[in-house]
Design a protein around this ligand. Structure first.
Ligand SMILES: [Zn+2]
Length: 244
């Protein structure tokens, strides 16, 4: 293999390793923000928009944001919205492109608010500096006996996420579905430091190797022992700059 071909291969390997590291770092960062957001998500103020009539009730959409996460909720309310809530609704807001929640709730077989004590779709995206991964939660609760008080069955279904519980029993969901283009952008950004590090380490090793070969009187390109030879080309690899 020629020197040029080999350095080309090294370059490809370097980029591949850096991208793999970038991908790993961006996923770990997104998962960390997902864990952090668990507590924050409940407390963050929500902006509500677009109350959509459905059957006898309404769907309201709201967004909550924090560093490294965004949560979109679609809440079904069985009654008409109180006048005070209606004042807070910003009808100019639209859900972000990554959230298909408006479609999800309209596809839901239970989406007629009738008969549901509570129905909510939640889309959560996490990642930094851009949102990179997302998951979805569907929370439904039904009255066990019609008209009965207190007896409610709550069912939470998670999509595109992996549920874990840490040692303290804290519940977390690791988002698994990519959010474009944030997934790619974060991966590339986090690949830059590992790439530079690999280039630095690579050139350091090359420099040390070159010095050692010069000191021993070997070809600097391939390491062939040039003792007793006075040609201008290395007989092993053909390099002409073998002692420079
Ligand atoms: Zn050589």
């Amino acid at each position: 293999m020629t020197k040029k071909k080999r350095s080309h291969r090294v370059q490809i390997l370097r980029v591949a390793v850096a991208l793999l590291l970038g991908l790993t770092i961006s996923v770990v960062v997104a998962w960390r923000f997902s864990a952090h957001a668990i507590a924050q998500r409940k407390q963050a103020p929500a902006t509500t928009w677009n109350a959509v009539p459905s059957g006898k009730g309404y769907w309201t959409f709201s967004v909550r944001r924090g560093t490294g996460w965004t949560q979109i909720d679609a809440n079904a309310s069985a009654t008409d919205l109180p006048a005070s809530t209606r004042l807070d609704i910003d009808r100019t807001l639209r859900p972000p492109a990554w959230s298909k929640i408006a479609m999800a709730q309209s596809d839901d077989p239970d989406s007629s608010v009738d008969g549901q004590a509570f129905l909510r779709w939640t889309d959560v995206a996490t990642g930094w500096p851009m949102l990179a991964l997302r998951f979805r939660e569907r929370t439904a609760s039904t009255h066990l006996r019609s008209g009965a008080q207190g007896q409610i069955r709550v069912q939470v279904t998670t999509q595109y996420g992996y549920e874990i519980s840490d040692r303290s029993g804290l519940h977390n969901i690791l988002p698994l579905r990519p959010v474009w283009p944030g997934f790619i952008v974060n991966m590339l950004l986090f690949a830059v430091p590992p790439y530079l590090l690999l280039v630095l380490v690579g050139s350091g090793i090359a420099m040390i190797q070159r010095r050692r070969r010069l000191r021993r009187g070997c070809c600097t390109a391939c390491g062939y022992d040039l003792a007793g030879l006075d040609g201008s080309r290395c007989p092993e690899c053909g390099a002409s700059d073998m002692t420079t």
